[in-house]
Write a protein that binds this ligand. Structure first.
Ligand code: ADP
Length: 357
């Protein structure tokens, strides 16, 4: 905390009290005198605006016309004023500002600025809005298609047996797509609700890997893909068995769908390797398919993010698989890594801490 030694607006004793007071507050607070020079600035405000120091003109340490306007308005009206302010440099931050006058004994208009950093709240709100829009859009498409076929079957195709069989098949597929989407949405919200709870049951990852390899063998065979598993006898982690099954299933299914079964893939194989180290284990799922361009990698685990939405939908994808994987891995205090060279396949790695024996 620093104070202005020779501020003329407030007597030294008052300045001292003001400085002590704002230092005890959790939010960023800046006090300026009648000529808009900083009188006191507390630690949270200094973290946000390191250039601020006592005696500095506020405009020099905080280049924000909206903030200065709000101070002017508060001085003119004699009432507290609120304003918002978007700082774009060095990273985008969004603040809510509250300015109120504090009448000093001399009648000088000392102003108190309180700033709340709402960047995180705004980011979460944007994500929520995007999420609702995306989820509605994903559901609306199959719903519109279902409705269209129902109307056709009630109307022009009423007596067309061939069309009925064909349309009912499509309708079943669309209904299944909606079911998958709703199931994935529910899983995601359940996992999110429990994100802070560390699942503790001992689970053998090897049995999970082998179980998934067995379950997905028919799908691999249909796509002419060979699944190869390399794992020690057992690897015990603390976890939730169903969720860990989900992780391995999603990664292996993706490797078959988007990697090994690609028509240009020369090596139609998926390698699933599990290695135990001293304190952790690493599961790698590798394919040798078309890979993923680097610009997509950081966004792959976002909800509804797909490299090719048409391809994903055609393969029954909801765009939520990797988001679910990321959340489950985070809940298990693990790490998810994705490496890929376009044209040379992709490797998804998951690292989990081993359960102490
Ligand atoms: P989806 O339901 O679309 O499969 P995911 O979240 O599981 O959703 O995957 C997101 C996107 O990541 C996929 O649509 C696909 O474009 C890409 N992707 C995932 N795994 C691979 C892979 N092994 N090779 C190439 N692309 C992949």
């Amino acid at each position: 905390m620093r104070t202005l030694a020779d501020a003329k607006s407030l007597p030294a004793r008052d300045r001292h009290i003001v400085a002590r007071l704002i230092d005890a507050l959790p939010e960023a607070v800046i006090v300026v005198d009648a000529s808009d020079r900083v009188v006191a600035v507390n630690a949270p405000a200094l973290t946000l605006f390191p250039a601020l120091r006592p005696d500095l003109l506020l405009a020099r340490g905080l280049r924000a016309p909206d903030v200065l306007d709000a101070i002017m308005r508060a001085r003119a009206s004699g009432h507290a004023e609120r304003a918002t302010w978007l700082d774009r440099v060095p990273v985008e931050r969004f603040f809510e500002l509250h300015v109120a006058a504090m009448e000093g004994p001399s009648g000088s208009a000392t102003m108190i600025l309180t700033l709340r950093d709402l960047s995180e709240a705004r980011r979460v709100e944007r994500m929520r809005v995007d999420f609702v829009a995306n989820a509605s859009h994903e559901l609306r498409t199959p719903l519109a298609s279902l409705l269209g076929f129902v109307e056709t079957l009630q109307g022009p195709a009423r007596d067309d047996v061939g069309a009925r069989v064909k349309f009912l098949g499509i309708m079943r597929e669309q209904a299944r797509r909606m079911t998958r989407l709703v199931d994935d949405l529910l899983s995601l919200s359940r996992i999110e609700q429990n994100l802070h709870l560390l699942p503790q049951s001992p689970v053998d990852l090897v049995s999970i890997v082998r179980h998934i390899a067995d379950t997905l063998t028919p799908m691999a065979q249909e796509n002419n893909v060979l699944l190869k598993v390399e794992a020690p006898a057992s690897v015990i982690v603390g976890g939730d068995r169903d969720e860990l099954l989900r992780v391995v299933e999603n990664l292996v299914e993706n490797a078959i769908k988007y990697g090994a079964s690609d028509s240009l893939c020369a090596n139609r194989q998926v390698d699933i390797t599990l290695v135990a180290q001293e304190r952790q284990c690493v599961l790698n799922v590798s394919d040798y398919g078309p890979g993923i361009a680097p610009e997509h990698l950081p966004r792959l685990t976002e909800r509804f993010y797909r490299v090719d939405a048409g391809q994903s939908r055609a393969k029954g994808g909801t765009g939520l698989g990797l988001a679910i994987v990321k959340h489950i891995v985070a809940r298990h205090r693990g790490r998810l890594g994705i490496e890929s060279q376009p044209g040379q396949g992709a490797t998804f790695s998951v690292t989990f801490p081993l359960q102490a024996s």
